[in-house]
Design a protein around this ligand. Structure first.
Ligand code: GDP
Ligand code: MN
Length: 397
């Protein structure tokens, strides 16, 4: 689950990571109040107005602007809230901005002592360990740095048995070229950041830029935080930070009925039980010349009600030209699933306008095929994997 910058910063601050202070605002009036309050608390006269959407590259898209007085705060908040922000990371339509973060300006003009670093904490799947990835080249496209100057990106792997060791935090500060106060500040920053990552059950922390101010403070100016979905049950306060407006509406609905659904770009909807079989089915669709429109794992209980829910979800996607149902009947018997498909189809009446291919394999597979074939519905049945692929090819032709 992804969070907004302001929510990520809230989590960081709660673990003692220094952040650029800010207050979230939903309209221009709130933005002005926020700016006044920040001025009282920090003494800053200038503020940055930052669009809060789940996408990076906001600066490039015009979603991060500097305001030098309250009038500019009002004007910028007015223009940014409600806009469709298009950045290198959004679709062509962009993302609607519902709120802005009004933040203290922490860059002092003409100040050559300021430095922008890059830092992230994430799981290295190859080694099975968490790692801190960091670079002196922060503030811009880290992908470009990785491609053109990979030697400027450092990593520090963490042993799960010991956690981050003090010498490792010092090595980070050293490699970033720091000394004196800023060195000590960075050691504290890295330690607190790692603690926050672990204790919040996050799967990604990306802070770009980490700023060294001219008075040698180290702080997070941006925060991209992802919390591991599987840990949300025990992180209720973070789970409540979910912003459904930022998520794919079909995926949101699928989650509500307990289906594992991921929206994709293709034209063949699939309904499968088990993640492994779902992956294999997507391969099958590609081999047949189609593109999967979604990943959908209905799980172990493929009864009529569930099949119907899954149908409804798949049919919300206007790109779907055919549906492939591929269910392995182990605990759930194939004839039950077949009856479920037939019932769901009948219940849904006219709303199913696309050809459906059903492949049921496992317990009572032959009986299931009979049920489908005798139902009188426009459903193609298949028993073998290859048969299903051929039928997909046939209906797409
Ligand atoms: P992103 O573009 O979505 O990654 O958003 P960031 O939060 O990283 O902000 C983009 C850029 O805005 C940063 O790289 C900074 O250069 C700039 N920026 C952020 N905060 C301030 C600030 O307080 N003052 C000034 N002058 N610039 C800022
Ligand atoms: Mn950034």
């Amino acid at each position: 689950m992804n969070l907004h910058e302001y929510q990520g910063k809230e989590i960081l601050a709660s673990f003692g990571v220094r952040i650029q202070r800010g207050i979230v605002a939903r309209n221009a009036k709130e933005a002005v109040e926020a700016a006044k309050q920040l001025t009282q608390e920090t003494g800053t006269g200038w503020h940055v107005i930052k669009a809060q959407v789940h996408a990076g590259g906001r600066g490039k898209g015009g979603g991060v602007k500097l305001a030098k007085n309250l009038k500019e705060v009002e004007e910028l908040a007015e223009s940014i809230i409600g806009m469709n922000l298009i950045t290198p990371q959004t679709s062509a339509e962009g993302k609607k901005v519902h709120q802005v973060l009004v933040a203290e300006d922490v860059y002092y003009p003409g100040d050559s002592e300021t430095n922008e670093f890059y830092m992230s904490v994430l799981l290295n799947r190859a080694s099975g360990r968490n790692m801190i990835m960091y670079s002196t080249e922060g503030g811009m496209d880290i992908e470009e740095v990785a491609e053109k100057t990979p030697h400027l990106i450092f990593t520090e792997e963490i042993d799960p048995a010991t956690g981050l060791l003090p010498f490792q935090a010092r090595r980070v500060a050293f490699n970033l070229g720091l000394s004196g106060t800023s060195f000590k500040e960075m050691v504290k920053f890295v330690s607190a950041l790692y603690k926050a990552y672990e204790a919040s059950d996050s799967s990604l922390f990306e802070i770009n830029p980490v700023l060294k101010t001219s008075d040698d403070k180290i702080m997070a100016v941006d925060a991209k935080v992802s919390i591991d979905d599987n840990a949300l049950y025990r992180r209720k306060p973070y789970a409540e930070m979910r912003d459904l407006r930022e998520e794919n509406p079909i995926e949101v609905e699928a989650r509500e009925v307990g289906l594992n659904y991921v929206d994709l770009d293709g034209n063949v909807g699939c309904m499968v039980n088990g993640a492994g079989l779902a992956m294999a089915t997507m391969d099958l669709i590609k081999m047949a010349g189609g593109e999967p429109a979604n990943f959908l794992d209905v799980g172990g209980t493929a009864d009529a009600k569930r099949v119907e829910e899954a149908f409804r979800i798949i049919l919300k996607d206007p790109n779907v030209k055919a549906i492939l149902i591929n269910i392995f009947g182990g605990i759930v018997r194939c004839d039950r699933v077949a009856q479920g498909v037939v019932d769901a189809y009948k219940n849904m009446g006219d709303s199913i306008q696309v050809p459906i291919i059903v492949r049921l394999q496992g317990t009572n597979a032959e009986l299931a095929k009979e049920i489908i074939d005798n139902s009188g519905l426009a459903v193609h049945s298949a028993v073998q994997f290859q048969e299903a692929a051929d039928k997909v090819k046939e209906v797409l032709a």
